[in-house]
Design a protein. Structure first.
Length: 257
């Protein structure tokens, strides 16, 4: 029996590793100009179903599903009909972040109720991040494609990790604002400060610090170092020579009864 458990552990272990940033060259193209992409429908969803508390934001999946609304599906249909390569880099960034977040919320809605997004996906699969969910410009894309083959390698922006949301309590909050070309910098700064000054982002207690596993999985993205990045946004209790542990809460980002 121990032999079989060891084999199962060895087979599934690679599925927990964070994907590397690996450019998909097809998407590394843009156009100058003033063409814009509307995210109004997504904004309406966020305004109605995202509630923000001091240390956590929540999405009311049950209320949305009970409403029978199809706003997210309609929004996704609009985005998937667009070839984002025909837009500026600023428009593209908002496009990919909003697409990622709307796809994630729709996944939860389609499978609600459930305790965690990690329950989705195929056999021996940790979550749905490698499932092909949309077709854009003739190419099938997964959530991992959007985050690790488009957003991370093209923009090389560490605050991307505060923008894309995995529908979990340990994740940086889903903000009640859709990203646009005009508000991206403001929202990225807000998201970074909010997460780093929350206990789920950075919790310092004496000589011990508990950091979100994001800083373990994607430490290479935070230049010049995770410590320098965190301290740039911390309001107090800066990260120093602390003993560091990492934690992450995969429970669904809904308010518990």
């Amino acid at each position: 029996m121990r032999k079989w458990w060891w084999l199962l552990w060895c087979v599934t272990l690679p599925l927990w590793a964070a994907p590397k940033s690996d450019l998909w060259p097809m998407w590394d193209a843009s156009q100058s100009g003033n063409a814009t992409i509307s995210h109004d429908r997504w904004q309406q969803v966020l305004s109605r179903y995202v509630s923000v508390e001091q240390s956590q934001s929540y999405f009311d999946y049950g209320k949305y599903k009970a409403s029978g609304q199809t706003d997210i599906q309609q929004y996704l249909s609009t985005l998937t009909a667009i070839d984002p390569r025909g837009f500026s880099r600023e428009e593209q960034f908002a496009y990919w972040v909003n697409l990622y977040n709307a796809l994630t919320v729709q996944l939860i809605i389609d499978n609600y109720p459930l305790a965690s997004i990690t329950k989705l996906g195929g056999f021996f699969q940790f979550g749905p991040w490698d499932d092909e969910l949309v077709v854009i410009a003739g190419e099938a894309l997964t959530l991992n494609d959007i985050e690790h083959r488009i957003l991370r390698p093209i923009w090389q922006e560490p605050r991307i990790h505060y923008a894309v949301n995995c529908a979990s309590l340990g994740c940086p909050d889903l903000l009640p604002h859709a990203y646009t070309a005009q508000n991206t910098e403001t929202l990225l700064e807000e998201a970074a400060r909010r997460f780093i000054n929350s206990d789920k982002g950075v919790l310092i207690n004496g000589d011990r610090a508990v950091l979100s596993s994001i800083y373990d999985w994607y430490g290479v993205d935070f230049k010049p170092s995770v410590k320098a990045h965190v301290n740039h946004y911390r309001r107090d209790s800066l990260l120093g020579d602390h003993r560091i542990d990492y934690e992450y809460d995969w429970d669904l980002n809904q308010r518990k009864p």
